[in-house]
Design a protein around this ligand. Structure first.
Ligand code: MD3
Ligand code: FE
Length: 219
């Protein structure tokens, strides 16, 4: 963690130790927030946000879409990454270059040089939406980190361990925060607590999260 990344960051917002393998880069995307929202609107114009159904038959409260070569989907048949949007049977929208570069810069700042995401899962939370504790284990290469960028309303991130029963720690994620999850944290159970009501200057009554992944086996 280098001090120059945080030269404008008040002391209480400096990087905090999170858990082994996870690096919270507070405000890392602060100056990109408006541009990220513009490209988000372009992505969802091509591949609309939708509420996926879990294999167990529940409709998720978080609305999702994807961009990049691969996208994460869920339906009654299971979870998987696929190259096409099931709503259109067309390829997912291109991952905006500035998104890929942001993810690679954040990964490098956290010690993961050469991160080349092939999937970006876009999550949109409205007040009341939550993401229950889960592991991300549908990616082929578990040595690659996941990079997440938060925009809009603040959320409480729940961070457990590799055992579902362990009580999760809570972290506040704010607009412009970036987290890099790798190493020992990569298979930790995690989730997002129910989003409280609110109105954010950039996104209104909404939190958006971009998660960059190396999901497939192509170089
Ligand atoms: C920790 N999204 O999309 S991002 C997800 O804010 C997901 O929308 C949450 O969990 C969100 O799967 C949290 C942070 C995140 C993503 C993947 C992880 C944390 C992770 C994988 C392993 C450990
Ligand atoms: Fe996850």
């Amino acid at each position: 963690m280098t001090a120059d990344l945080f030269e404008d960051t008040p002391p209480e917002r400096m990087a905090q130790p999170m858990v082994p393998g996870a690096v919270l880069l507070q405000g890392f995307a602060r100056d990109l927030q408006a541009a990220l929202l513009t490209s988000f609107e372009e992505v969802i114009a091509q591949a609309p946000l939708r509420h996926l159904v879990t294999p167990g038959g529940y409709t998720m409260s978080v609305a999702m879409t994807n961009c990049g070569p691969l996208g994460w989907v869920s339906d009654r048949r299971g979870y998987r990454y696929q190259a096409t949007d099931p709503l259109s049977n067309q390829p997912w929208p291109k991952m905006p270059g500035a998104w890929r570069e942001l993810a690679a810069r954040a990964a490098a700042a956290a010690g993961y040089a050469g991160f080349k995401p092939d999937a970006c899962l876009v999550n949109s939370y409205q007040p009341g939406a939550k993401l229950s504790l889960h592991q991300d284990r549908d990616e082929i290469d578990m040595s690659a980190p996941i990079v997440s960028v938060s925009l809009g309303l603040p959320a409480t991130f729940l961070f457990g361990t590799e055992r579902r029963a362990d009580k999760p720690q809570r972290f506040r994620l704010l607009s412009g925060d970036v987290v890099v999850w790798g190493g020992a944290s990569r298979l930790a159970y995690h989730g997002i607590a129910q989003l409280p009501a609110g109105d954010h200057a950039l996104t209104g009554a909404r939190r958006i999260n971009l998660t960059f992944r190396k999901a497939g086996d192509a170089a």
